[in-house]
Each structure stands twice: as C-alpha cells, then as structure tokens.
Design a protein. Sequence first.
Length: 227
Amino acid sequence: MLADLLDFIAVRYPDLLAAAGRHLAITVAAVLLGILVAVPLGIYLAERPNRFLNGLVFGIANLFQTIPSLALLAVLIPLMGIGTRPAVIALFLYSLLPILRNTYAGFQSVDPSVTEAAKGMGCGTLQRIFLIQLPLAFPYIMAGIRLTTVYIISWATLAALIGAGGLGQLIISGIGVNRKELIISASLLAILLALAADWLLGMAERRFSRRAKAKHGLSPVTPQMET
C-alpha cells in the first residue's frame, strides 16, 4: 500500500501541487479578508465599549459561525454562482468570530496603567493603539488568526463541492473513482498545509512577542484561543 502511494505521488505530484496551491490561495484570501475586517472592528469595540453594539456585532459573527458549511455554500450559490468567489466569501464569514473575539480580548487584557501612562506622555489615540496596545495584544490576535487559518484550511476542502477546486476536488474525485491513493495523498497534503501554517504563524507570534516585550519592558498578554 505504501509503495503504491509513493508511486502515485511520484506520478501525480504536479496535480497535487497545483491543487494545494489553489487550496492555499482560497485560504489566504479568506483569512486576509477576515483580518482586514475583524481586527479593526475588534479594536473599535474594545476602545469604544457599547453593550448594544458589542452584542449586535458578536451576535452576527456568531450566527455565521453556527451555520453549517454546506448550508452557507448552498445559500451563496444563487447569489454568486459557483466557483472561487462564493467559497472565499463563505470562508471569510467563518473567519470573523475567532479573530474578532481574540482581538477584542487582547485589547481588553492590556494593563490599563500602561494606556494611562501613554496618555500621560502625550500619545494620541492612534499612537497609543499602534505603538502600545497592538504589540501587547498581538499574541491574542495571532492565536485567533492561527486557529482560524487551521479551520479554514480544513473547511476549504468543501469548496470543491461548488467548483472552487483545491485539494477537496481531488478527494471527491478519489471517492468517485474509488482511488485510495488519490484520497490519502490529497488528505495528507491538506493536513500538512494546516500544520505548516500553524507552525509558521506560531513562529511569527513568538518573534513579534519577544520584540514587544523587549521594547516595552513588559510581558505581553498570555495568548489564548477564543473560540
């Protein structure tokens, strides 16, 4: 079985790499959209707390998270057709809650005395956010991004059902023709993508956290994954 799998990979590796590249492109697009929307929104909610607005925003983000993947894809097909676009939008909606929640929690966890000291030194709002609070909250934010990225890589396999391609397409094709080597190789590649993404993002988190600690002489907040 192992020999057959290795022989299959040796022959079909161009197809496997092409599918992995498309899978990764869909994931990166969805996560980047999630970061661009959820991080600024989380910062705004933390800086200007409003119980009604917070409840509304988190409620909507949680609603997207609870909709089953196939159901959300099915809803988007009549609106956007089939292909990459509805897949990216669906995965983007799934990415919002963990990034938003961790960004909010990270800013809430920054010691108030640090922000007060920054105000006392004459720092404006943007200076305080970008130079003080964001570096200290970064481990929390990265924890949310890491968790989201791993989830999105997993969920992106379902994007093949609406013609978006990726590793899910190879898995579905393997099931259709009962080709175990195709199913196993595509599944293993998806797992490796998730592990590699988590490892690389973890390295970036640790490096940035050490710089923040050295710069401010403070320990960054302990990173936790808010799910």
